[in-house]
Design a binder for this molecule. Structure first.
Ligand code: 1QQ
Length: 375
């Protein structure tokens, strides 16, 4: 009763204009209003991921709210790429902020602890960059719109085999992160399936700065390709040290390498890196061009894959909120599960029965200090 009365007051205060409810999720014939929590890697060695993600989300938010059907308030928390901080942020968003849904966290390592908690609390959560195996399978409330390693890596390896007639590979991966480990599993499986000889498997840890031992061994074995599963910070340092040691063979990387930070850190040493991505900013497509233009105007740089995936993710959330008709967690979950044929800047998008992604990647290579289509 109180709510109905206060809605009435808002209506009359607005002079009879269509008014959104005064509390979250209440629409009195106006926009569906919702608080959406964001858990992002904004500080620390992987902060460029979170910067791109939050930029993409804010741009989408501005456009969505401008259209009047859905009004999204983003409540953004920093996880610093750490599991415990991501979990604390999730608890705050779910309990004290009472958000309707969550976007993020950035890393699969973080989603592995946050996802089960959100699922248990019945809060829909969507990763925009979590690419390890098994993320949407955490539970019914867990989604992602990011291209999984399982689709990205085989596409890059195929292209590398075709271009370089590669037969022997070395694998190097971070063994203390869910995403880098999952990327490794996929690389190994793909290499075996494609009949490549695996000369050696080397490991490293987060924050490592000296890869001399691993790279010396790899160099001596003379691989045709190096498959590296790393986040951009470690990945760029690995490439830099490899080139300095005279290792000039191509690298194949997973999603972690899909940041322009690899080029910023490694410079020319990044040339010869092959990756697969759902995002290609030079595409002849009106939606893509408009997004790239607006993003450059707002942030003074080109959007990367992480910005693009986050941008589409908020539009998917908005579409689901609109279809749900209210800011209700269960209704949002059901509406997300129903999303099919969504047309975003990454192309046509659908969730499969498990909340995973159906998408075709594009293979890119770094040449002359820039990502180019690898044809
Ligand atoms: C994951 C990733 C990282 C590259 C996200 C930044 O794909 O952790 O799943």
């Amino acid at each position: 009763q109180f709510t109905a009365l206060s809605s009435l007051l808002v209506l009359s205060a607005c002079g009879g204009n269509q008014a959104a409810g005064d509390e979250d999720g209440e629409s009195s014939g106006g926009a569906v209003k919702a608080d959406i929590g964001v858990i992002s890697y904004i500080s620390g060695p992987g902060a460029a991921y979170g910067e791109a993600i939050t930029n993409g989300l804010k741009l989408a938010q501005e456009e969505i709210n401008g259209k009047g059907e859905v009004e999204i308030n983003l409540v953004i928390e920093d996880s610093a790429g750490k599991q415990d901080q991501a979990l604390t942020a999730a608890q705050k968003l779910m309990n004290s902020e009472n958000v309707t849904g969550i976007i993020g966290p950035t890393l699969s390592t973080e989603m592995n602890v946050v996802g089960p908690e959100a699922d248990l609390n019945g809060v829909p959560i969507m990763g925009t960059s979590t690419t390890a195996e098994g993320i949407p399978q955490i539970g019914d409330y867990v989604f992602r719109n990011s291209l999984p390693e399982a689709l990205a890596i085989p596409a890059s390896i195929d292209k590398a085999i075709e271009k370089y007639d590669a037969k022997k590979v070395a694998i190097l991966y971070g063994n203390d992160d869910v995403f880098t480990k999952s990327g490794f599993d996929t690389m190994k499986k793909a290499a075996e399936e494609k009949g490549l000889e695996i000369l050696t498997i080397e490991t490293f840890q987060k924050g490592q700065s000296d890869y001399n031992a691993q790279l010396t061994k790899i160099k001596g074995l003379k691989p045709d390709l190096i498959l590296a599963s790393a986040l951009y910070n470690e990945g760029a340092v690995i490439m830099d040290q490899a080139r300095k040691m005279g290792i000039d063979v191509p690298f194949v990387g997973g999603n972690g390498f899909n940041s322009p930070e690899v080029i910023n850190i490694a410079g020319d040493a990044a040339n010869g890196l092959i990756v697969a991505t759902p995002w290609y900013g030079e595409k002849e497509d009106d939606k893509v061009k408009e997004f790239v233009g607006k993003y450059e105007e707002e942030y003074g740089k080109k959007p990367d894959q992480f910005a693009a995936q986050a941008y589409d993710a908020l539009y998917i959330m908005a579409e689901a909120l609109k279809n749900a008709g209210e800011a209700d967690r269960d209704a949002l979950r059901d509406a997300l599960a129903e999303i099919k044929g969504f047309n975003g800047i990454l192309g046509e998008f659908s969730f499969d029965e498990e909340g995973d992604v159906v998408m075709e990647p594009t293979v890119l290579v770094i040449e002359g200090g820039a990502f180019k289509e690898f044809n």
